[in-house]
Design a protein around this ligand. Sequence first.
Ligand code: TXA
Ligand code: MG
Length: 343
Amino acid sequence: MRPKVLKIDPQKIDLELIKQAAEVISNRGLVAFPTETVYGLGANALEAKAVAGIFEAKSRPLDDPLIVHIAAREDLYELASCVPGAAEKLIDRFWPGPLTIVLKKKSIIPDIVTTGLETVAIRMPYNPVAQKFIATSGVPIAAPSANLFGRPSPTNANHVINDLEGKIDLVLDGGHADIGVESTVVEFVRDKIIVLRPGGTTVEDLRSIVGEVEVFTETGHWQRSPGRYPQHYSPKAKVKLVSDDPDQVERVLALARQEQKGGRRVGIMATGEHEVSYREFDVKVLGPREDARLCASRLFHILREFDEDEVDVIVAEAIGEQGLGLAVMNRLRKSAGPDFHIF
Ligand code: TXA
Ligand code: MG
């Protein structure tokens, strides 16, 4: 059954619609809602039964902890028992926004949310629909991305419906998600600040506020990193990444032709500058090379479009890892799976 879908204009929010969503939350239901990063699948974070519904709808393994979303900074201190100075500094600068902070949890948060960990991940989104929805619900909202486990995260309401039709109660459709990749997840271990997942807040921006920051690399140590499964964000097609070197175009073409010879349908995910070279294939443009922000905002949508085209292989151009490029490449490597090669 198609979930109820309520269209909301983020510039002019209809509070009656938000109240309907809050009502679903108070009845222990599931509401998909827009955030600036990707759509979330929300439930009352203080009700274990409601949160169990999230894992079931997504077919998410019960050892992958959820992020708790709040609408006001004060709410943080109800949920976390200890907030280090560096965390306060980052919050001062980046909340509300695409930054998730992992802190020691208070016992009010049920174990299912954190999968038994002593820490909880907390974030305050800036998307006005998300803010009104959380505030009106009057409780913290546990929400992973609103996709089936392992699929590319949803950046619009249709992506949510395609994955979760029949499994959730309501979708708040607030249009396209601005940023298009998930939040940056940061943890504090003794005096170290560690990025567990690169995302919407860039590492350069974090460093400008707190100095040294370590970035947890996904290769080799995937057990500790969030989205801890080596294959993630995956379209149905196999993703093959081609490194960002001067002969990238030639190598993309050689690989694509080889795949095609093997009888496979090939799609190419290209930067704008190289599009013309790939006209013989189904080519989709991520964005201009210099605009990692635009590339991030289009990434998951393009992966899903290739699924609709039923391609078998996506040959993807790697981009530079500055700014949001780091998050884009992290997602691309994960969508290529545990044994990815850079061609
Ligand atoms: O932008 C986002 O973060 C979106 C929107 C909806 O807010 N949410 C999102 O949730 O991406 P999800 O569940 O797809 O990813 C959250 C990641 C998980 O992979 C999980 O491993 C990590 O955050 N995480 C959650 N709690 C954690 C904890 N206590 N310690 C370390 N990592 C944690
Ligand atoms: Mg996710």
